[in-house]
Ligand binder design. Structure first.
Ligand SMILES: O=C(O)CCC(=O)C(=O)O
Ligand SMILES: [Fe+2]
Length: 294
């Protein structure tokens, strides 16, 4: 439950305090001071990825209110050129596609060394084995937008901002009822310019707006609504993760309309976190979640 209208910022938060004050209380927080001690966090750029693996195929998305999500496939080299060309002359009527939910550590394993020492102790032990498999990258130009949604398995989200700044607008799960839900996880409200005539209930919502800077870690509790605007060319990655408690809550959300496919993934995670099934066994089945577009 969010009690304040501002997000807390904590320098080098200990994992113990993170669990007690934020995860258990379902309170978002920004943690600074951790990423800057990584081996090579300041080396990262799209150009650096290109130099490591120019021919690796990645996919990028366009979000459209009329046509849903369109996915295209490009090499990192092609994508670097698209972003470079755009940033020379940025204009918001034809934004480049946004690389969203990309398992880049699996595609370029050399990057794993750059993020050491990784703060694994923020995550339940079950995730420690090959933790990098759960990371999803977001790479895009300035002005890229992710529309308002919550993360579809009702997981916790730990979000690492590496290059560029992002403007987040978040709302607590209790405010979802004022945001005009469409399907399971998306919302019609544009928190940057809400149309109160069309969506009058939004006036009761309590959005919290803040900037996540390079080197910041953002924690969002399960069900947090978020809208994200990139202010610069940006590279981030996140891990969606459950505790045993959140996996059980998420399973119960089947009765609140969670799609069956999502419940299947939550079932797998509960088998790991609650029933202690080893990650090697669960991951075989869970893996397809990392390419799941919903
Ligand atoms: O960074 C973004 O554009 C979206 C991030 C997001 O939705 C997430 O981490 O779940
Ligand atoms: Fe999200």
């Amino acid at each position: 439950m969010i009690v304040s209208t501002e997000i807390e910022r904590r320098y080098k938060l200990s994992s113990n305090e993170f669990q007690i004050e934020y995860v258990q209380k379902r309170k978002p927080v920004i943690i600074s001071g951790v990423i800057p001690s990584w081996n090579s966090y300041d080396k990262w750029s799209i150009e650096y990825f290109k130099n490591l693996s120019s021919h690796v195929k990645i996919y990028a998305k366009k979000f459209s209110s009329t046509q849903g999500i369109q996915v295209s496939s490009v090499t990192i080299e092609e994508y670097a050129k698209i972003i470079n060309d755009f940033e020379k002359n940025p204009h918001d009527n034809d934004l480049p596609p946004y690389c969203h939910d990309l398992p880049l550590f699996s595609l370029i394993p050399a990057l794993i060394e750059d993020v050491q020492p990784f703060p694994l102790d923020y995550l339940p032990k079950w995730y420690h084995f090959k933790w990098w498999r759960y990371c999803q990258f977001f790479i895009g130009s300035s002005q890229s937008i992710t529309p308002l949604h919550f993360d579809c398995l009702l997981t916790n989200n730990i979000f690492f901002q590496i290059v560029g700044r992002k403007q987040f607008t978040i709302l607590q799960p209790e405010d979802a009822k004022y945001c005009y839900r469409q399907g399971w996880r998306w919302f019609l409200i544009d928190p940057e310019k809400p149309d109160y005539n069309k969506y009058p209930q939004y006036k009761y919502a309590r959005p919290i707006k803040f900037i996540v800077n390079p080197g910041d870690i953002l924690y969002m509790p399960p069900g947090t609504l978020h809208h994200v605007r990139s202010l610069d060319t940006s590279i981030s990655f996140n891990i969606d993760w459950h505790t045993s408690k959140s996996s059980l809550n998420a399973l119960a959300a089947f009765r609140k309309g969670m799609p069956i496919q999502n419940s299947y993934y939550n079932f797998l995670l509960a088998m790991g976190l609650v029933m202690k099934m080893p990650p090697q066994m669960v991951f075989k089945f869970y893996k397809s979640y990392l390419n799941y577009i919903s």
